[in-house]
Design a protein around this ligand. Structure first.
Ligand code: FMN
Length: 393
């Protein structure tokens, strides 16, 4: 703008409007300030919404809220923080597809760490999850291994639960009705001692509505072939998947064992045999010894290592498998936070499963979903799929 020096006032003809870019810049600065305020007061906003929802619920039920006291208070019926946040302007799209299965977000519970879902009902709004994968099921109920069957290790845990479960029949009768009431898709994890076990399980599940897919755990010992896990050899892995594929039209997610020399060989073989997606990794075989008694800490002697200790290995394997197959890959292993989940997504996983973290923080899944949302908002990314597979090497 030009100033009239003589009068120190502006002649109308001398007033020039700022360049349009200045307006754009101004709008941008205002938006950034609003975003910053929203970000800074996000927790307060959510807390107030949770309080509001709790009060409403209390009024409706005029009863005691389970978990009302103690650290879980306020989260039980606090509802889905994501939905609370949806009320605000920023709404990054967290939806992902695993083949035919559409998830509202990429956070799934890992088999064996979330029971049959209901066990977490008081702590987590189950309808906020991407999907629930239930405890591994066999044809007949299984008692699992004798205790001690869990040991804490540096940055992780060893478990030798031995795939204890209620069996497919009791699952369908007693556990599935609850899961049917949720909007979150349920995936059923299966295991067998022989290829025919797997095939029979798949057939039983095939016509059950409200089961969105089958996760095939191939880390189990193949009794007919001397107890070596199906998933440690491309041929036996392929045989199991082909047998399951022949008996079901449901989406098949095949879960790989990391206890192999070359994970890409196994990934290729299961993809060719008809897997719709691949999840990895299951636990790594390990052991721990009590130096006083000089006995193994687990009654089973060895167990499966999980938790943050295995994350770098899981991430490496996920990245390798992503380069090898064309089907979607789901990352598992030591995911405790949104940052961990993001590492897997950046490596190319379309979704993640959260396992051991559920034992440390029962609301880990929800915290991860919120963390992902926060990350996207902060960076102005509107869709989580824009993050997937963006690793720069
Ligand atoms: C106590 C426990 C029980 C598990 N049970 C199963 C199971 O039944 N089927 C299965 O495929 N994986 C099972 N897993 C493996 C987890 O689903 C997951 O692949 C593994 O723990 C790695 O993820 P994390 O480090 O997030 O726990 C189990 C893991 C733990 C810790």
């Amino acid at each position: 703008m030009l100033l009239n020096n003589a009068t120190n006032s502006r002649h109308p003809s001398e007033i020039t409007l700022p360049h349009p870019r200045v307006f754009t810049l101004f709008k941008f600065i205002i938006k950034q300030c609003l975003d910053l305020l929203q970000y800074l007061f996000y927790d307060e906003f959510v807390k107030s919404r949770i309080h509001h929802t709790n009060t409403q619920h209390q009024q409706q039920t005029s009863g005691q809220i389970p978990g009302e006291t103690g650290w879980a208070a306020g989260v039980v019926f606090g509802g889905c923080r994501s939905r609370q946040l949806d009320m605000m302007e920023a709404k990054p799209d967290l939806r992902v597809n695993i083949g035919r299965i559409e998830l509202q977000n990429p956070v799934i519970t890992a088999s064996g760490t979330f029971g049959y879902g209901r066990e977490y009902e008081q702590l987590v709004d189950l309808n906020c999850l991407g999907a629930i994968i239930v405890k591994g099921l066999s044809l007949a109920p299984a008692a699992g291994n004798p205790p001690p069957r869990i040991v804490e290790t540096p940055c992780g845990m060893l478990n030798a639960i031995g795939l204890e479960n209620v069996g497919i029949e009791a699952f369908v009768k007693e556990k599935l009705p609850f899961l049917r009431g949720l909007s979150t898709p349920t995936l059923v994890n299966i295991y067998g001692k022989s290829t025919t076990d797997y095939a029979e399980l798949a057939e039983r599940i095939d016509d059950i509505e409200d089961i969105s897919g089958i996760e095939v755990n191939i880390s189990c010992p193949n009794i007919k072939e001397g107890g070596i896990a199906f998933g440690t050899n491309p041929e036996s892995a392929s045989r199991v998947v082909a047998a399951v594929r022949a008996r079901t039209k449901k989406p098949l997610m095949v879960k790989l064992s990391p206890n192999v020399t070359d994970i890409t060989d196994i990934a290729k073989s299961v993809a060719e045999a008809g897997a719709d997606s691949i999840s990895l990794i299951n636990t790594l075989t390990g052991m721990a010894i009590d130096i006083e008694t000089r006995r193994p800490k687990l009654a089973n002697i060895t167990g499966g290592l999980s938790g943050p200790a295995i994350k770098p290995i899981a991430l490496r394997m996920v990245w390798q498998v992503v380069q090898t197959v064309k089907i979607p890959v789901i990352g598992i292993g030591g995911i405790l936070s949104a940052q961990d989940a993001l590492e897997f997504l950046i490596a190319g996983a379309v979704a993640v499963q959260v396992g051991t973290a559920n034992f440390i923080n029962p609301r880990a899944t929800i915290d991860i979903i919120e963390g992902l949302k926060g990350f996207l908002i902060e960076r102005g990314v509107s869709n989580v799929t824009d993050i997937i597979g963006t690793l720069k090497v």
